[in-house]
Ligand binder design. Sequence first.
Ligand code: CMC
Length: 428
Amino acid sequence: MSDKAKFIHNGSELEFDVPQGTMNEKYVDFSNFRSQTGGIITLDPGYKNTGSCTSAITYLDGEEGVLMYRGYPIEQLAEKSNFVEVMYLLLKGELPTQEELTKFENDVMDHDMVSEDVTKILSAFPSTAHPMGVLSTLTSALTAFNPKAVDAKSETDMYRAAVTLMGKFPVLASWTLRKVKGWPLNYSDNKLGYVENFYQLMFKQPNRDLEMDPVIINALDKLLILHADHEQNCSTSTVRLVGSAHTGLFASISAGVSALWGPLHGGANQAVVEMLDQIKEDGGNVQKWVDKAKDKNDDFRLMGFGHRVYKNFDPRARIIKKAADQVLDKLGIQDESLEIAKKLEQAALEDEYFISRKLYPNVDFYSGLIYRAFGIPTEMFTVMFAVGRLPGWIAQWIEMRQNNEPIGRPRQIYTGAPKRDYIDMNKR
Ligand code: CMC
């Protein structure tokens, strides 16, 4: 007998099925709730209890600290796979053969030229513009330079749109860095792999060779894998919602970039490093800042701590913490902020406030320290996150269109003034 849930209201009783997902996650299907109840809606600000879709891409168990892409545990992918393979996996649903992988990487790299006219848009920004704002604008602008309509029913069209964006996005991302730094723009080098190319796009100077340190490339690859998808987070939900109006892929992803920018989401990696620097400048008294975070009269939050879904260690944070240790060690960098981060983590994990609310370090807690060790400026950290998240956004957008999801349009409960008559200006 399948599980049932009952809704009783005003003496009438409605029964709802309680089906399960692949990993036995139970849900009540409320898609016809309003029509069945004669107009009652469910209210759930921030969607704390609401699933917006079914999805076959990523599985996340926040209580157990589990994350899987297409069924493969993140720990195995971080250890054994590489970012290009993960992009393929998210997009196509299966791991590629060597031949499929090579073709895919070539297809992506075939699309890594960005129209020279896009540089005119870039040059109109002041060098003080935040790179995430610039990236969002340039991504949206790609629509104008690639106006061919995409038929969501055509696998070929979808694939072409996906590899086009995967090819051009790292170029745009690197240009936002070069703008901040005042460096000449750089172009792709097709002899290199995707991650190496992204690295040279950011750091190659016209007047000298660039050394590719395998420690840096491996760590960068790992970071990109760890950020590649995270089911229905704020930016991914944004991408799906915008796309549900049948808005094009590039414009939808541009909206996702803007959503990611916020400090409660991807912008937390920048906020964490700024916080650690502030603590350092303040004398390094970690307990003082833990107390500030606990104080309800103080707006300060421990950045990089807490998560809507994880009520256990964020599995990505474990991997990143280890990588941060290795990278800083191998590069011989003494970063006092790493020591402060570790002390802060320990103090918070032993504190009743954080224990009772199940607040653990999240993916952003240590990632910024690695980016800084690479020489990436703080305001670029969220751009790095965006490059990692791109394949997830694309896969989710395509899935949404292929599942023929209806336009996203939440309802509301109106709490404003009741009906009243207009008052003429001279009577107010
Ligand atoms: N520092 C201090 N208190 C916190 C923190 C924090 N970082 N996070 C949550 N709390 C408290 C919060 O005040 C609340 O306390 P109370 O029950 O007494 O009112 C309780 O914990 C539950 O928090 P919430 O704000 O209701 O939880 P949420 O699911 O709405 O928010 C969050 C999740 C990630 C926005 C929040 O934990 C936060 O602001 N963290 C800091 C920003 C951050 O690191 N964001 C990155 C998230 S992971 C990567 C990503 O999504 O991109």
